[in-house]
Design a protein around this ligand. Structure first.
Ligand code: C5P
Length: 328
């Protein structure tokens, strides 16, 4: 039994920090947007005897990729197994505390299976594009499908938020205002398909490193989040960039000055606006037309300072994880 999922990266169209929890997590108001840059995650349930390394096995096409419990796919599968085991003990219950009967779920014994996860990475890592959270969302979606859809979307989001703050968004995708630490989702009207040029430098930035340095009383330029939401309602990208900001730029940009040069370059090449995504270091620019975006990519690739960077033209999309077994 196998299920193959393609799952998109995200950019942050705005990012504000509005408080801090006692456990150190920051309370956010951020508009997240899916883009058509996909990881492919294949999950198979196979009848293999339980091995010493446990019943979750990960194979990645990138040999430097950690395949143990540091991997978000591993942690997502662990969360799913835990929820599965308690559902088997206590009965399957839906969001309204009603018990659920599900033939496929009843006929599967996950305990005797090995979960084999094959990862094809296209989303750069430690890039501010939620690659790890996207992969975790794909694993939860695939396992739920393979096991007869025992869990609701809300339950999957709950398991997912234990793996990464962006997993609930990645399970949904689209254009969403995310609050709390990322677990409160307010879907927005879809931002029409717009061309996005993404520039990911040849280094990563650690999200905890950025948040640790953030002083919530000195955030620098903050977005006007209701203004950003209105601009999306009006599909007005110029207005969006008038109102937006990413407060994490105040930490990442001074530490890596090349990021400001990337933003300036995108603007010089005609981007309506440019912003860092998440905690960085990816920077994106939104363009009026495909032609302008394609031309900008070609020009940026020729700049020697950026020639080892990942430079891509993508588009905004309105989907989260998609099953693709039928087409591959
Ligand atoms: O949950 P995730 O793995 O995405 O976050 C990595 C780290 O970033 C957290 O351990 C925390 O230090 C920081 N973080 C935060 N507030 C958030 C999201 C992440 O402080 N809302």
């Amino acid at each position: 039994m196998k299920c193959t999922i393609k799952v998109p990266a995200k950019i942050n169209l705005s990012l504000d920090v509005v408080g801090k929890r006692e456990d150190g997590y920051h309370l956010l108001e951020t508009v997240m947007q899916s883009i058509d840059l996909y990881d492919i995650i294949k999950v198979s349930l196979i009848d293999l005897p339980y091995s010493k390394s446990g019943n979750i096995q990960i194979i990645a096409d990138n040999p430097t990729f950690p395949c143990d419990s540091r991997n978000t796919c591993h942690r997502a599968a662990e969360q799913f197994i835990k929820a599965w085991q308690s559902a088997k003990k206590e009965g399957l219950i839906d969001e309204n505390n009603q018990s659920v009967t599900n033939e496929k779920y009843n006929s599967i014994s996950l305990e005797t299976k090995t979960i084999l996860i094959h990862i094809t990475k296209n989303i750069p890592q430690a890039a501010g594009l939620a690659g790890g959270s996207a992969d975790a969302a794909a694993v939860l979606t695939a396992l739920n499908h393979l096991c007869g859809l025992p869990f609701t979307d809300g339950s999957l989001a709950r398991f997912g938020s234990k793996v990464g703050a962006d997993v609930p968004f990645c399970l949904t995708g689209g254009t969403v205002l995310c609050k709390g630490i990322g677990e409160i989702l307010e879907p927005l009207p879809p931002l029409k398909c717009v061309p996005v040029v993404l520039v990911k430098p040849n280094f990563g930035v650690s999200t905890p490193w950025v948040f640790e340095r953030l002083n919530i009383n000195q955030l620098g330029k903050r977005p006007n989040t209701p203004g950003v939401v209105d601009a999306i309602l009006e599909q007005n990208i110029t207005e969006l960039f008038d109102k937006t900001a990413n407060v994490l730029e105040s930490i990442t940009l001074p530490a890596f000055p090349v990021l400001s040069r990337i933003k300036d370059t995108l603007l010089e090449l005609g981007a309506v606006g440019a912003l860092m995504s998440g905690s960085g270091p990816s920077v994106f620019g939104i363009f009026q037309t495909d032609e302008q975006a394609v031309a900008a990519v070609a020009k940026i690739k020729k700049i020697s300072e950026f020639n080892s960077y990942t430079i891509l033209k993508t588009d905004t999309v309105q989907n989260g994880p998609i099953r693709i077994d039928d087409v591959i």
